[in-house]
Design a protein around this ligand. Structure first.
Ligand code: NAP
Ligand code: ZN
Length: 346
């Protein structure tokens, strides 16, 4: 075991503070990663603030991790010392169930092991990437292609895969009319990926503030969702709507924007249940679905796709001492578009 520098929430809703976390010894199939960058996902905030149910504290969040391999176990074949690698939202799964065999480790029938706040195979609680080092099974470590700026690629490990997976699953391509609700950390990467897939992309944002940025990311259309006229103009027009908003929205207003047979994919995870009128679905065979991150092979595919298309996140680099302030700004939708922590400052 080694103790490494980290930031952790000591209790629910308490500010994060400097501390250490214990990392296990490097096992046969493990990789020791020296972390360079850690992204701040809104899920980190929901979790440490207990919005998703009770957690065990102290808790070190962070599931967008990029760094260099410092050491590998004797049985490791996928990664070598010095490689630039990434770790996302999972660090283990059963590997034997139907979902795992299909490369859908996120839907592991025995439950995947989250990068933080999950019970690990040794019975300890996993601690995330707001830290200088992490030890992870090689199967849950992906390669960061050389062409990608490592800091700006960091948010791809959660935001990137969370958007890429449903865009692929629902077959987005040249003839697709896609809308993305919420252009935050997830949403802005989703816009870039959907554009690269050839879709006609509309951003549904709750102000006018991001109009120019949306165009810069390649979105062809922009709707200020607080303007009833603009919402009416796009009624019945989308094949697929991806909702990345972290609070409850009036779902019926958004289901009305789908074409017949269209689907809304819920990615945002507010703590309160979604409310939907039955007729919003019935009238035109509409579907309300959900999607959780993506599998490990698909995460690698996404990184390679992003390298090929020159896609990274727009980031604001911060020092570890600014994490609490950054959380407030994420909740206020005041970040363009993802905070990334310089791991040298933990
Ligand atoms: P984020 O950066 O805070 O972005 C959320 C966006 O939602 C904001 O930028 C804003 O976009 C919109 N929004 C925020 N408050 C709003 C309000 N009061 N009314 C209307 N719109 C509002 O968060 P994120 O990191 O992208 O994460 C988004 C959600 O996805 C979180 O709930 C997170 O936990 C969840 N998540 C899910 C998965 C999954 O696997 N399903 C993975 C990661 C994260 P505009 O300013 O453009 O309106
Ligand atoms: Zn996340």
């Amino acid at each position: 075991m080694m103790d490494v520098a980290a930031y952790a929430a000591p209790a629910a809703a308490a500010p994060l503070e400097k501390t250490t976390v214990a990392r296990r010894d490097v096992g046969e199939h493990d990789v020791l990663v020296e972390i360079e960058f850690a992204g701040i996902c809104h899920s980190d905030i929901h979790t440490v603030r207990d919005e998703w149910g009770a957690q065990k504290y102290p808790l070190t969040p962070g599931h967008e991790i990029v760094g260099r391999v410092l050491e590998v176990g004797s049985g490791v074949s996928r990664h070598a010392k010095g490689d630039r690698v990434g770790v996302g939202c999972m660090v283990n799964s059963c590997q034997g169930c139907d979902a795992c065999r299909e490369g859908l480790e996120q839907y592991c029938l025995a439950g995947n092991t989250g990068t933080y706040g999950s019970v690990d195979r040794d019975g300890t609680i996993t601690q995330g990437g707001y830290s200088t080092h992490v030890v992870v099974d090689e199967r849950f470590v992906v390669r960061v292609p050389d062409g990608l700026d490592p800091a700006a690629a960091t948010p791809l490990l959660c935001a990137g895969i969370t958007l890429y997976s449903p865009l692929r699953h629902w077959g987005v391509g040249k003839d697709s009319k896609v809308a993305i609700i919420g252009m935050g950390g997830l949403g802005h990467v989703g816009v870039k990926i959907a554009v690269a897939m050839g879709a006609d992309v509309t951003v549904l944002s709750h102000s006018d503030k991001k109009r120019e940025d949306a165009a810069r990311f390649g979105a062809q259309h922009y709707v200020n969702t607080t303007d009833a006229e603009q919402m009416k103009a796009v009624a019945g027009s989308f094949d697929l709507i991806i909702n990345t908003v972290s609070v409850n929205l009036p779902m019926d207003d958004y289901l009305a924007l789908l074409r017949y047979d269209g689907t809304i994919v819920e990615l945002g995870a507010p703590s309160k249940p979604l409310e939907v009128a039955a007729f919003s679905l019935i009238v035109a065979r509409k579907a309300l679905a959900g999607s959780c991150i993506g599998g490990i092979a698909e995460t690698q595919e996404m990184l390679d796709f992003c390298a090929e298309h020159g896609i990274t996140a727009e980031i604001e680099m911060i020092e570890a001492s600014q994490i609490n302030e950054a959380y407030e700004r994420v909740v206020d939708s005041d970040v363009r578009y993802r905070f990334v922590i310089d791991a040298k400052t933990f």
